[in-house]
Design a protein around this ligand. Structure first.
Ligand code: ADP
Length: 368
């Protein structure tokens, strides 16, 4: 079947579905799609924030209909809401409402976020290698790439194909190097996601958490979208995080962003588990000498200043870059090498902090 046939089949599958306001889904101006991009079917329904509960049933029905149609495996339907004009209340973090959804992450002991104030500092590289370090400790580890606008997990872990749907119509994470992995990049192609606004990103991530059967995990590592906007805040609140790791490069400018990240998590009462200084110094592949290209020690000093744990420094090396970009993360490729050991040591420190914390009970996902 070519794309036109698949789209026709998708429209046929959606025929007869009616939105809560009585308008047939296929005729509604508030609906964009179905669209088929990169082999994946998606559809968005634009709603008012207050209508989320009323539309959850039709969202699920539309998604089930698309997934049952030819070529619809892994189809996704998202509700998007324009943000209310009023600024977020200052006590956002304290106002944790009771879970509006079933405790979908109840099999996960700890959910942690790896975040950075801005992109390109090595957040995803750190997430993957920390996750593998945790795995090397014998833990059952999942990793969720929530970086919708620049999903890198498929590259970093060489994930190919699409996630499988279980009999219960929930997605199964993919397996890579002993990790359970899921990425927005496996569900929606980058061009589609590019135009998504904050609320759409939030609802897509929430759905990805609840639509995926993570099973029993010791820890789920969320590779956060870069920045400190609404989407990040929503994930930080909606997933009842046990803590966050902040990745920064040593320059002042990056540290200003990292500080913002730390402030955001503090605002929602998420403990900072540690700061990682990435690209701390350059190791020359020819002579092995070290050069502090971006200065050094900035993140460590900042961590001390802000009274948060410092987890350690990762050098800027050619090996790390080629390993990451070829889908063979350094901890998987060379666990006993110097970098493999740095990441595994960081993972050990992280795990001992987490396991000692009282916050190790069941996680619940709140409605966004
Ligand atoms: P982010 O998730 O913050 O956008 P990435 O982890 O995707 O950043 O890294 C951006 C680029 O930098 C990638 O090509 C990655 O391989 C490279 N990179 C990250 N950390 C290092 C490092 N310590 N040494 C060398 N290259 C690195």
């Amino acid at each position: 079947m070519d794309d036109a046939d698949l789209l026709a089949a998708a429209r046929e599958a959606l025929d007869g579905l009616i939105l809560p306001d009585g308008i047939p889904l296929l005729e509604a101006k508030t609906v964009s799609g179905p669209v088929l991009s990169g082999g994946r079917m998606s559809l968005a329904i634009s709603i008012k924030e207050a209508e989320a509960a009323a539309y959850s049933d039709i969202r699920a029905k539309a998604e089930a209909a698309l997934r049952a149609a030819p070529g619809g495996d892994g189809a996704i339907v998202v509700l998007t809401a324009e943000k209310a004009a009023a600024p977020a209340p200052p006590n956002l973090g304290k106002a944790k409402t009771p879970a509006a959804k079933p405790p979908v992450l109840s099999g996960v002991r700890h959910v942690i976020a790896v975040a950075s104030g801005k992109g390109g500092v090595g957040k995803s590289t750190t997430s993957v290698n920390l996750a593998l370090g945790l795995r090397a400790l014998g833990l059952k580890v999942g990793i969720l790439d929530a970086d919708i606008h620049g999903p890198s997990l498929p590259t970093l872990l060489a994930l190919h194909g699409r996630p499988r749907l279980g009999k219960d119509r929930r997605l199964r994470p993919m397996q890579a190097y002993g990790l359970e992995a899921m990425s927005m990049g496996l569900m929606v192609d980058e061009e589609t996601a590019m135009v998504w606004r904050g609320p759409m990103v939030m609802s897509a991530i929430t759905q990805m958490l609840s639509d995926v059967d993570w099973g029993e995990l010791d820890i789920l590592v969320i590779d956060m979208p870069p920045g400190t906007g609404d989407a990040q805040l929503a994930i930080a609140q909606g997933t009842d995080l046990a803590g966050a790791v902040i990745v920064s490069t040593p320059q002042d400018l990056a540290l200003i962003d990292a500080r913002r990240g730390i402030a955001m998590f503090r605002k929602v009462d998420v403990p900072i588990l540690g700061v990682v200084e990435n690209m701390a110094h350059f190791v020359c592949p020819d002579c092995g000498s070290q050069h502090a290209l971006f200065g050094s020690g900035g993140a460590e000093a900042e961590a001390a200043r802000l009274n948060v744990p410092y987890l350690g420094a990762i050098p800027l090396t050619m090996d790390l870059r080629t390993a990451s970009d070829s889908g063979q993360p350094i901890v998987a490729r060379d666990p006993d090498g110097p970098l493999g050991m740095v990441y595994t040591d960081m993972a050990r420190t992280l795990w001992s902090t987490l396991d000692a914390a009282p916050h190790s009970q069941q996680k619940t996902l709140q409605g966004v």
